[in-house]
Design a protein around this ligand. Structure first.
Ligand SMILES: C[S@@+](CC[C@H](N)C(=O)[O-])C[C@H]1O[C@@H](n2cnc3c(N)ncnc32)[C@H](O)[C@@H]1O
Length: 264
């Protein structure tokens, strides 16, 4: 198998590759109903790290006004392009902001802030996390809710096998198959986990005909850190969930979703 060349448009960090992000992640919808349920009764949502709009569009379609904030120009441009081409009817409900959740100054408050799909794990250290929480406090209304879906301390992240592991192999059209292989390295002192996923298309003869390589660099977060961050910034944690059906978080879960508010 040969990897894509470095100048291949399908090679690189996920936040700089909006088309690739859409190709492999846009169909994921397991978390949508969770946010619709939890944000019920609230008009506006600030989505921190909106990416290309995987959640933004269905949330707007469900009736919410969504402010889509992202620090990647490429991701936000793709979101804007998608709203114009695919969802023009949703344009009045969506506002895009190029910005960093650790330093945002939007000049208004929201009744829901969501940080979905491991976006909080893009913050590289404690000081970035504290700055993000200060931003959340500045932008949240009284009784407003904050939800963070983060990669927690699962053995997969902290003690990964150094060998590439096949995480799925599914049939495509015309007898082809898509094989996804993941390699992870982790550094415990910094809590940084680096993942490389190879999305390989295999033809009917078993020959590799295309290989897209995507990399992630994330800082894993413990439940204790999340609890402390909430506590130090005046939040009351309402739930720590291990899945989008609001099931309790356990050691088996790869990620955890916190739901919190600032008491009046
Ligand atoms: C995993 S993607 C999630 C995208 C989308 N919310 C979804 O659920 O599919 C993370 C996004 O967060 C953005 N991001 C990373 N750090 C950020 C920061 N400090 N402030 C705002 N956006 C950030 C990245 O550019 C990327 O688009």
């Amino acid at each position: 198998m040969t990897k894509s060349a470095d100048n291949d448009p399908w090679h690189g960090s996920v936040t700089e590759q909006p088309l690739l992000y859409d190709k492999y992640h846009n169909d994921f919808a397991d978390d949508l109903q969770f946010y619709i349920r939890e944000c019920d009764g609230h008009a506006g949502i600030l989505e921190c790290g909106s990416g290309t709009g995987r959640l933004t569009f269905p949330l707007a379609r469900a009736g919410f006004e969504v402010t889509a904030l992202d620090s990647s120009k490429a991701m936000l441009e793709r979101l804007t392009q998608r709203s114009q081409l695919e969802f023009p009817q949703l344009l009045p409900k969506i506002e895009t902001v190029l910005g960093d959740m650790t330093a945002m100054e939007l000049g208004r408050t929201f009744s829901c802030i969501i940080v979905p799909f491991m976006t909080f794990n893009y913050l590289p250290d404690t000081s970035a996390q504290i700055n993000a929480f200060r931003s959340f406090v500045r932008h949240l209304r009284p009784k407003g809710i904050l939800m963070i879906d983060y990669m927690s301390m699962h053995p997969n992240w902290i003690n990964p096998s150094q060998k590439p592991v096949t995480i799925s192999e599914n049939a495509l059209e015309n007898g082809k198959r898509l094989k996804i292989t993941r390699s992870i390295t982790s550094d415990l002192p910094s809590q940084i986990v680096e993942q490389e996923r190879v999305f390989e298309t295999i033809d009917e003869q078993g020959k590799s005909i295309r290989s897209d390589v995507v990399t992630w660099r994330n800082r894993i977060v413990s439940v204790g850190e999340i609890e402390l961050l909430h506590l130090l910034h005046g939040f009351k944690l309402r739930g720590l969930y291990g899945g989008y059906k609001s099931e309790a978080y356990t050691s088996k879960h790869l990620n955890c979703i916190s739901v919190a508010h600032i008491p009046e």
